[in-house]
Design a protein around this ligand. Structure first.
Ligand code: OOG
Ligand code: NI
Length: 455
């Protein structure tokens, strides 16, 4: 039978992202409020700024914008992570990048599962930031062993999901009917369970070790803890959250406001305090847990290693000034001051090799193939024969992620772990290597350069 009886992984991913969004709207209604707010802001920005609308259109970013989300989950064992890797592969999502959050006092390391080709990203860029608990960072031996025992007992995938993953791997894909079954079965892994699997005292002991340990170990599965829409104006989104009385985090993470947005800026509302039922005791105990929150992000230019090094340096400068971190009143002033050192026009960013760009012939270029054949890309851009649009950053930022983690853990647990980043251990658990994000952006840029000379 031919391969076209199979639904494309891009379509399965779109179905899944939609199903996840519908589920999270029901679970956390405030998420729906954020989605509506972002849609309103994006419409206004695109109406006010036709040049940006045109650029997004040219770059295949306009259509995906309304669907664009990322989520996050945390798992407890190598087997869970490896199976997730297989589940995401069915939807064309692959592990990109390694993030060590132990340096920020969070006992996990992470990757982002996401699509990686231009056409897959244009179809639907859905990404899931996925963290693996580092049990070895729990100091109390008895508690560490108990956690491992609890985790070893749970099954976070349904039998149907496992069977369909096997089938997709064996046959090379899923047909329409099986793809629909797969999406529904996969969704079960990410659902919230208000019944804990451990007693209240065990939950409290885990929580004392680290609240994130309790979040991972105490439940039947790795509930999706947020789903983030992408805005074109995060400062408007932050103001909109406050205007609606939403308990937004104090600072927007990432770079300061700029004319040319770079990387990622994020804000969130604090995690909800939710009622949880604990087994044991007379008819069980009731308690509460905070895990699930809402987040909005703005994405900008993907930086080259050189641009990223400059970003890291300036961010550290802003955070270290006066030893105040990102909490001081004057943080936004310090941040803006530090980032005067980062060029803020696309010609300079491009010529200095600080960011990745996607090149395409303009109408003039399409009409003058002879000129195009002889000139280097930069000259084509200067001559108006080609456009160079920013390639959007599709990944995450460890400092930003740590800030989001912290604000949802009560904001007190700043203590860094002495552990080293351990990419090898992460990849061993995952059962494959994580891809280098820079290589992907480099390839996207090169493909666009190659396309100038053909057709
Ligand atoms: C993940 C936090 C990271 C982001 O946007 O940086 C993240 C988590 O809290 O599990 O989603
Ligand atoms: Ni997030």
């Amino acid at each position: 039978m031919s391969a076209d009886r199979f639904v494309s992984p891009d379509d399965i991913r779109s179905l899944f992202a939609q199903a996840m969004s519908t589920m999270y709207r029901t679970e956390v209604p405030l998420y729906g409020t954020l989605v509506d707010l972002v849609a309103e802001i994006n419409d206004a920005v695109l109406t006010d700024n036709p040049a940006l609308a045109e650029q997004l259109e040219r770059n295949d970013e306009r259509a995906r914008l309304a669907q664009e989300r990322h989520g996050a989950i945390r798992v407890g064992t190598a087997e869970e992570l490896a199976t997730l890797g297989r589940l995401f592969a069915v939807m064309g999502m692959y592990p990109i990048g390694y993030y060590d959050l132990s340096v920020a006092g969070v006992p996990v390391h992470s990757t982002a599962f996401r699509p990686r080709t231009a056409s897959a990203l244009a179809a639907n860029p859905f990404r899931v930031f996925t963290s693996l608990l580092r049990l070895e960072l729990i100091e109390d031996t008895a508690l560490r062993e108990e956690s491992a025992r609890i985790l070893a007992r749970r099954r976070i995938f349904t039998d149907e999901a496992l069977a369909l993953i096997d089938q997709a791997e064996r046959e090379g894909g899923l047909d329409q009917n099986d793809a629909r079954r797969f999406v529904l079965a996969a969704l079960e892994t990410f659902r919230w369970h208000s019944d804990a699997t451990v007693s209240l005292p065990t939950y409290q002991a885990l929580s004392n070790a680290h609240r994130l340990v309790a979040d991972v170990v105490s439940f039947r599965g790795p509930h999706i803890n947020h789903l983030t829409p992408r805005t074109l104006d995060i400062d408007a989104a932050q103001a909109g959250m406050l205007a609606r009385g939403i308990d937004a985090k104090a600072v927007v993470e990432g770079p300061p406001p700029r004319r040319c947005p770079i990387l990622l800026r994020q804000t969130s509302f604090k995690a909800l305090e939710e009622t949880v039922n604990f087994p044991d005791g007379e008819g069980g105990d009731a308690g509460t847990h905070t895990a699930r929150f809402g987040e909005i992000e703005q994405r900008g230019l993907a930086l080259t290693p050189k641009g990223r090094a400059l970003y890291d340096q300036l961010l550290a400068q802003a955070r270290d000034a006066g030893g105040a971190g990102s909490t001081g009143q004057d943080y936004s002033t310090r941040l803006a001051a530090a980032f005067t050192g980062f060029p803020d026009d696309h010609d300079t960013l491009r010529r200095e090799g600080l960011g990745y760009y996607r090149y395409a012939l303009t109408e003039a270029g399409r009409n003058d193939r002879a000129a195009v054949a002889d000139l280097p890309a930069e000259a084509l851009v200067s001559a108006g024969l080609a456009s160079a649009d920013p390639i959007v950053y599709e990944d995450f930022l460890p400092v930003s992620a740590a800030g989001i983690f912290q604000s949802n853990l009560g904001g007190e647990e700043q203590r860094a772990y002495a552990a080293h980043s351990n990419r090898d251990a992460f990849e061993k658990a995952l059962g494959m290597q994580v891809e280098d994000e820079f290589a992907i952006y480099e390839r996207l840029q090169q493909e666009s350069l190659d396309s100038l000379r053909v057709g």
